[in-house]
Design a binder for this molecule. Sequence first.
Ligand code: F3S
Length: 753
Amino acid sequence: FDSKVNMNLLESDTFINYKSQLENLKVVKARLGRPLTYAEKVLYAHLDNPHEQEIERGVSYLKLRPDRVACQDATAQMAILQFMSAGMPSVATPSTVHCDHLIQAQVGGAKDLKRAVDLNREVYDFLASACAKYNLGFWKPGSGIIHQIVLENYAFPGQLLIGTDSHTPNAGGLGQLAIGVGGADAVDVMANLAWELKAPKIIGVKLTGRMNGWTSPKDIILKLAGITTVKGGTGAIVEYFGDGIDTFSCTGMATICNMGAEIGATTSVFPFNNSMVEYLNATGRSQIAEFAQVYKKDYLSADAGAEYDQVIEIDLNTLEPHVNGPFTPDLATPVSKMRETAIANDWPLDIRVGLIGSCTNSSYEDMSRAASIIKDAAAHGLKAKTLYTVSPGSEQIRATIERDGQQATFEEFGGVVMANACGPCIGQWDRQDIKKGEKNTIVTSFNRNFTARNDGNTATHAFVASPEMVTAYAISGDLGFNPITDKLVDSEGKEFKLAIPHGDGLPQRGYDAGENTYQAPPADRAALKVSVSPESDRLQVLTPFKPWDGKDAEKMPILIKSVGKTTTDHISMAGPWLKYRGHLENISNNYMIGATNAENGEANNVKNLYTGKYDGVPATARAYRDEGIKWVVIGGENFGEGSSREHAALEPRFLGGFAIITKSFARIHETNLKKQGLLPLNFTDLSAYDKINPEDQVDIIGLTELAPGKNVTLVVHPKDGSATWSTPLSHTYNAEQIEWFKAGSALNKMAKN
Ligand code: F3S
């Protein structure tokens, strides 16, 4: 296979690099001298330095070179604004942006889409123009959900992709490692920095036998979530193996990988197999399928004898459909036990809405099987007892089910086909059928069911199931219904059992691409302008942060000494603030407003050391900054745990912060601070945290000799005029990161190179 094979049908200049990946892998294998799992092979084949990288699962930090970046529209805004501030002419790694999160489901597809386009015009215009300028592919609103578009167009076996969304692992169904990250990581890879990941442990899930009847791939992950709980996959990749993996479709595998996010896994993956070949062929990528076959033995399969850190076995022959929830995706109940469990827990049995689709379950197969159940019910004169919505994952799926009749079937049933977008899955749902606070049950084929996620109502009991089960529930309207054993009554009063669902995995007539919703970046981009209105309150162009002035910092006030848990939610709250993700000035108004001030036990009320007046944390930080005064934050343990939100590090830097000094950091937040040019430092003597008074002033000494492993000194000038005292502070900077600090940020450093 001499010729170059394109990564996809949309880019003429990106090629699959199996040859060099295999070479990397040979280097690693010679060093490790042990058989590797499939996930390990793909991961280590993408090492920045396969010759020297330390590799110990669960211990080392790997520096990797992903093949591709995908961003959804909510997280892409700040990522691209940051990338722009680096001053590079184009992204260093192939990247795409997908408009899917900002579309609210109200009345149905076309109208909802139009309203969203009007409402979010400035965000979409910004993303479209920035993508054109910096050479990213842009998927317009209406094109579909990021993970479905990636599966249809960009995923292929052996690829390493990062995406700014938790359900990026969906593409593991096509044999690649697809990992959800924060915006800061995406920016690094777009700007050609290596990407760091703690070497994951590998959980092997052995599937044996074959599913039958009402059981579907979704039930495998629902069952697994019940076994592992929401934390069971943390720090690990879930790799499937066993004879059962060859018995279902590629899109079914994607469903399973998608929901691996619900057990906290870094990602999930299936090794390259024949269902993937069929899917690649059906999506116009036979050349990739052929190319992958060449590398199947050496690269795209697990080595014989590869060892997993843990093995979980699931017997598909006996696997029953499951329903998980409410309020958490790991509360798994087999459908046969649902009635008694719901009654025991006082969950409402009366189902109000059934929702199918989303990035998790909107394949052609899902739609066909759901439609087969509806047709069977229709033949018995039955329609939906509940409201029923369908969120197609992509324009291609929507157009294909329109052509092949499933859409008409849904509509005759009483269903509404929503826009090709996240919609109710992310709370973009203008639900009208109940009042806020009313206890009720909904059943979805989505992946998450945390309190209030879908409709903002904390009393809504949301259960997650396969699209087949959701559809059966929509017909019966009863959470206790078991289609395997229970009968329904037809329009003539006769009892019948629903027939077992069936449907094609892939459309016999091929996919209908539908409307073209892709914007390719033009070849000549030099003269293009990015549209950001200076009046916008949602978007703001970033100015690069100033480099370090080369001096130790003296007599700095403590903006806040926080007590108790300080998560990224305390540092940069979500909720209504999400609207300002692209506007650093506006979103900085939430900086540390959730943290508790040690001085008075209050949130968002701190004393300005120079005026003596109390004000909010952001206002006080701004006042210091505007007077040219650097400041620090003092914090406790595991400071910044929670999400990878880069705003939690951008905001203190923007507001003039110099150092964040804590007992310990959550690692991602610590790295994010370093990237933005702030100093994350740790007390080596933890009692110093208690000794510091929030009204003291501090110096940080030793910065001119900042070096890996070498402490700096905190000098404290007590407010009460007593003698100054000092304490050593440690840090985790390596040589490269010290350059970030000196340059003012990692991006400044990249821009200089
Ligand atoms: Fe969108 Fe829900 Fe998936 S928010 S990306 S459909 S998990």
